[in-house]
Design a protein around this ligand. Structure first.
Ligand code: SAM
Length: 166
């Protein structure tokens, strides 16, 4: 969700050719460039969607259809008066429970310490989600374009993973 330039997406699709990877973003320009890279690498298991994260989670994806969601470096909206624009909130997490398969995993990452702490508080309200760091161990080496940018500047990016109890 919010794949951006798609470095992580391409690596994920390459690593798991037997899985369908859906990559979405609202920016058509980014998706067009990613489509070219996908064609060059012949990644038949990668599909690109122009869609908003909220629409995908709310009604565009079928219920219980997704094994693992990656929401990596979403805009943190650091200014206090912009916080209402943040995607991750209890309402959004409720919508994620609609599209995840039982035992499905949501993987989040951010460079923003306040946003990260906020995620911990939000997920604490969902007993159906259990912290599951091992659920993303297989992709710990795959970094998004934003994560590479932040870490090159010495800014840590922290990851969370939660499994929806089946
Ligand atoms: C900070 S960038 C991170 C991109 C990528 N995940 C990464 O880590 O390199 C946030 C991305 O989310 C996309 N985005 C912002 N709001 C969105 C929304 N409501 N639905 C889907 N994508 C969105 C932006 O277009 C942008 O590509």
């Amino acid at each position: 969700m919010g794949c951006g330039k798609g470095g992580f997406t391409l690596a994920l699709a390459q690593r798991y050719p037997e899985h369908l990877v859906l990559a979405s973003d609202v920016m058509m320009g980014r998706l067009k460039l990613l489509e070219k890279k996908k064609q060059r690498r012949k990644l038949d298991n990668l599909e690109l969607l122009r869609a908003s994260n909220l629409a995908l989670a709310s009604f565009q994806l079928p219920p219980r259809s997704i094994d693992r969601i990656h929401l990596l470096c979403p805009d943190p909206w650091p200014k206090r008066h912009h916080r209402v624009k943040r995607l991750v909130c209890t309402d959004f997490v409720t919508r994620l429970t609609r599209i995840l398969k039982p035992d499905g995993v949501v993987h989040l990452a951010t460079d923003s310490a306040p946003y990260f702490d906020n995620w911990l508080e939000i997920f604490a309200h969902f007993p159906a989600f259990r912290a599951a760091p091992a659920a993303i161990a297989d992709i710990a080496d795959l970094k998004t374009d934003f994560e590479l940018q932040w870490t090159a500047q010495g800014i840590p990016v922290r990851h969370l993973a939660y499994r929806l109890q089946g």
